[in-house]
Design a protein around this ligand. Structure first.
Ligand code: CTP
Ligand code: CA
Length: 226
């Protein structure tokens, strides 16, 4: 049993992860998206599964294969992602929201392909999406919630503000203006920010960042492996 705990420190833990971008429809053939590859969230899900957790990965559109031992739920829009996440909140012990959720969505997507001559494509009215991470943390259904922050300036100030305003336990702050931490990069340079302070990690692969995140979560939950 001791060996099993050392190898699978997250055995018996239900982990919910969001990853990837979302696509917000303008009409049936056009959408608003962003540059997220989904790699960070997939690495977080893969590492949790490796450590023995039951993992549900709610993923926006990506080209990545589902990691071994992970159950994936595919979604397209921010609204779909929110529904999928909130439906599974009562099940989850830990949630990690790594998705690059669209902040705005078209107010009234067209049900037909818009024609240039209709003159509606020059400007599209947008409305703010719901904040999935903040809603999940506020629901109180998940014992430990991790968020990410992508910033290009004032990294730690913005990260601390998000930690507080979203009510999360741990915030992974990513300076995406750095070449070694940009969207689509194979490495990341992040800080782990919580109420106790900010820990700077080295420039690491996404798999290494995922391992450091889980080491921290396990330490906070008193579930240290070997
Ligand atoms: N997030 C979310 N739902 C949204 C927007 C963001 O769940 N509608 C989550 C992301 O998954 C991430 C965290 O909130 O874990 C921070 O996302 P980020 O884009 O850095 O922050 P925002 O609060 O959206 O603020 P801004 O984009 O203006 O910096
Ligand atoms: Ca955002």
């Amino acid at each position: 049993a001791v060996l099993a705990l050392r190898d699978r420190p997250l055995a018996g833990t239900c982990v919910l992860v969001t990853a990837g971008p979302t696509h917000e429809a303008i009409d049936p053939v056009r959408y608003i998206a962003n540059a997220s590859s989904g790699k960070m969230g997939y690495a977080v899900a893969a590492e949790a599964a490796r450590r023995g957790a039951e993992v549900c990965l709610v993923s926006g559109p990506t080209s990545l294969p589902c990691p071994a031992g992970v159950t994936r739920v595919d979604v397209v829009s921010a609204a779909d992602m929110r529904d999928a996440v909130m439906a599974r909140a009562p099940w989850a012990d830990v949630a990690v929201c790594a998705a690059a959720v669209a902040d705005y969505t078209p107010a009234a997507p067209a049900d037909h392909k818009l024609k240039k001559a209709e003159g509606r494509l020059g400007s599209v009215e947008l409305v703010e999406t719901a904040d999935i991470l903040a809603g999940l943390a506020a629901s109180g259904e998940v014992g430990y919630v991790v968020g990410f922050a992508a910033e290009t300036r004032d990294l730690l100030d913005n990260a601390r503000a998000k930690l507080t305003s979203k009510g999360v336990d741990l915030l992974v702050a990513n300076d995406v203006s750095r070449p070694d931490s940009a969207f689509g990069s194979d490495t990341d340079h992040v800080w782990l920010v919580d109420d106790a302070g900010a820990e700077e990690l080295d420039t690491l692969t996404k798999a290494e960042v995922a391992a450091d995140i889980w080491d921290r979560v396990q330490a906070d939950l008193g579930r240290e492996g070997g």
